[in-house]
Ligand binder design. Structure first.
Ligand code: IPD
Ligand code: CA
Ligand code: CA
Length: 273
């Protein structure tokens, strides 16, 4: 699922490094626009998708467009998959997977738990991940084989052995029935664990990478929500379920990504063994 740096040529490494540098600067630029929209959110017209809880505004659409335009100028052959503007094939095998605002419900109601999430894929594998929180100016980045960083400093997942030692991030949506989540919560709480849902999958997964949360579970998630989080957590020493299996890129899948010391226990609770 994560690109193996041993399997790429020096030329490909240079190409990925160029995109990593671009991604770090570009996501911050997009973040400025997103924060500007957030500060003027009373002016935004809110639309709903199929589920009334699934909201969107011009902010989501324009931020995704900015990300694509900034990238297209420098890497004209790259492809895109984004929550708001769908798939755009490129002429090479680089793919940018974009969630322009993850945590839109929070964004539109004035809560600050939202972020921008971008993953770079090369040949179907995750090569780099970027999550930017403009409210705190926190930039979480990971490059395959090079570890994970928060604002340039190395981060690592929680060093724990038991779910009682920390808090788990949880997500859910009306894409799946409640019965897909509730047994997990029952088992976690019965084992003395605890959970939080802040409304942004990508932000909670970044917190797992930074050792703030012990893991993240959501019974169904889309690729733009979690691919950056997956490389962040694995590069920070954690474990992730094989999200990309069975066309997870286009259809989504469950995600469980955790600190290594509690992975086995949480996999049993989530029935992802
Ligand atoms: C949602 C958030 C939420 C998760 C949902 C996602 P959006 O994304 O990540 O935490 O539980 O499954 O759809 O709609 O805010 O971009
Ligand atoms: Ca999202
Ligand atoms: Ca979104």
């Amino acid at each position: 699922m994560i690109l193996d740096p041993q399997e790429i040529s020096p030329e490909t490494k240079i190409e990925i490094d160029r995109r990593f540098l671009h991604g770090k600067a570009m996501i911050k630029q997009a973040g400025e626009t997103a924060l500007d929209y957030f500060n003027r959110r009373d002016e935004l017209i809110i639309e709903t998708k199929t589920d009334p809880q699934d909201v969107v505004s011009i902010a989501d659409k324009n931020v995704e467009e900015i990300i694509r335009n900034l990238t297209r100028d420098i890497f004209p052959g790259d492809g895109y998959l984004g929550e708001e503007h769908g798939q755009e094939s490129g002429s090479n095998d680089y793919l940018w997977v974009i969630d322009p605002i993850d945590g839109t419900a929070c964004f539109l109601t004035g809560m600050r738990s939202w972020c921008i999430s971008i993953a770079l894929m090369k040949g179907g594998k995750i090569a780099a991940g970027f999550v930017y929180d403009p409210n705190t100016d926190e930039l979480f980045t990971a490059l395959a084989g090079q570890g994970a960083q928060l604002n340039g400093k190395t981060i690592q997942t929680y060093d724990i052995k038991s779910v009682t030692e920390g808090v788990m991030g949880i997500g859910t949506s009306h894409r799946i029935p409640p019965s897909e989540l509730l047994p997990f919560l029952d088992k976690l709480l019965s084992a003395g664990g605890m959970f939080i849902r802040n409304g942004s999958c990508a932000l909670m997964m970044s917190y797992v990478a930074a050792g703030r949360l012990i893991g993240y579970f959501e019974p169904h998630i889309n690729s733009w929500d979690c691919l950056a989080g997956i490389i962040l957590i694995t590069e920070a020493g954690g474990w992730s379920s094989p999200f990309l299996d069975q066309d997870g890129l286009n259809k989504g899948n469950p995600i469980l990504a955790t600190a290594s010391g509690v992975a086995q226990n949480l996999r049993q609770m989530a029935n992802l063994t």
